[in-house]
Ligand binder design. Sequence first.
Ligand SMILES: [Zn+2]
Length: 116
Amino acid sequence: MAIYREVETDVYCDVCGEHVIGWRSAGQGVSRSWAAYYARKKGCTTGKRIVCKKCRIEQRKRQCSLIKRYGHPPIEKTGECLGFSNEKDDEPIEKCKRCIACSSFDWEEERKRLSV
Ligand SMILES: [Zn+2]
């Protein structure tokens, strides 16, 4: 059967509109749930809306109670927050380390956690 069908699957951020990930494939293509899975592995949240890693970081910083109370700690050029630290050392406090907006957040670990 000389019917060729190519399916394009693309994931965009619902906040900034940035293209997160995409596939072109013959036949069935990538299912929505797999597309969401790979988008999550790239740091997105995929509920009703897709929110990319960059926008999640921005939202988290806006909602941060520590930032509201104490003002913004220094940020990386990439927009990641360097977090709050104790006076004694430069290490961010535990709360910050677990925050996705923090530059010390372990995205590699998060990817492993999300893996099926
Ligand atoms: Zn975005």
